[in-house]
Write a protein that binds this ligand. Structure first.
Ligand code: NAD
Length: 272
């Protein structure tokens, strides 16, 4: 099947200067999209933007205002926004024990979770009339327990929770919000120690292209609220979450089949 083209479409990518973001920028531009690359790494950001004949807009995703300004600049330059990749992220570098550091903790939560919340809020405002695709980069750390890096696990679970919630809420409005959840991949974020440990048990790193393939599968799936796991040697797929059983009344009779039924009633009523 021919790959879907993106001629006339506009994409905004955070963390677009390196790794997955740069890979997605190249792929989307190759398929005809105009790409706005955002990052705090201006040197590489400018290079990628030039490579893809797009535009570099500096943006520190921890700043609400910079997210809003980046989306405004994208729309001002190219007239619309169709695809958003909320991908900027950092390794935590601290644990919950003696190696805890408040500054590192706040930075990791801010880049990896606030950054996705702020970027999503700004993008939704620009996309809700015409519809579009939003993908956030979570991680397998958002789907599994990561005792070796608890705060990374916490902020990536946060991204998964946000995507599932907003994905469900916006599914009927033409904005599809999904997450990708890669395993360890060959980018700057993976430390030499982690590479050595993975190598010692025979686990290969994912190539960036495999992650870009999963991103493309997510934005052409027609679905929202899905979290695509990506593992070496397997096709990427939406992770199937187990449903939480529903509540019962005082006599033990079933009130609803699943906890999700309660959530959809609250969503329909607009209850916060
Ligand atoms: N590589 C992996 O093994 C792996 C696995 C799962 C998830 N991830 C996630 O993938 C995403 C992309 O990471 P990558 O692997 O391509 O690593 P990377 O380091 O190559 O890219 C991350 C980019 O985010 C940018 N960035 C950092 N802080 C920022 C900020 N405050 N504002 C804007 N940009 C900022 C960096 O400058 C960099 O360009 C991250 O969210 C990461 O957590 C990576």
């Amino acid at each position: 099947m021919a790959e879907q083209r993106f001629d006339g479409k506009v994409a905004w990518i955070t963390g677009g200067a390196n790794g997955f973001g740069a890979g997605v920028a190249r792929r989307l531009a190759g398929l005809g999209a105009k790409v706005v690359v955002s990052d705090i790494d201006s040197d590489h950001g400018e290079i990628i933007a030039k490579d893809v004949d797009g535009m570099f807009v500096p943006c520190d995703v921890t700043s609400y205002d910079e997210n809003v300004a980046a989306v405004e600049q994208a729309v001002a330059a190219y007239g619309r926004l169709d695809v958003t990749f909320l991908n900027a992220g950092i390794a935590t570098g601290v644990g919950i024990g003696e190696d805890f550091d408040l500054g590192r903790y706040r930075l990791a939560m801010s880049v990896n979770l606030d950054g996705v919340c702020f970027g999503m809020q700004a993008a939704l405002a620009a996309m809700q009339d015409r519809g579009g695709q939003i993908v956030a980069t979570a991680s397998l750390a958002g789907l599994t327990a990561t005792p070796f890096d608890p705060f990374y696990g916490a902020n990536k679970h946060g991204v998964v929770g946000l995507v599932r919630a907003v994905g469900a809420g916006y599914a009927g409005k033409g904005v599809h919000v999904n997450a990708i959840c890669p395993g360890f991949a060959d980018t700057n974020i993976v430390s030499a120690e982690a590479r050595e440990a993975l190598d010692s048990i025979g686990v290969p790193l994912l190539a960036v292209d495999r992650v870009v393939d999963a991103f493309m599968a997510a934005i052409t799936s027609g679905e929202g609220g899905q979290c695509w796991y990506i593992q070496p040697g397997r096709p990427a797929e939406p992770f199937r979450f187990r449903n939480v059983p529903g509540p019962r009344d005082e006599s033990g009779e079933r009130v609803s089949e699943q906890a999700g039924d309660v959530q959809s009633t609250l969503t329909q009523r607009g209850a916060h």
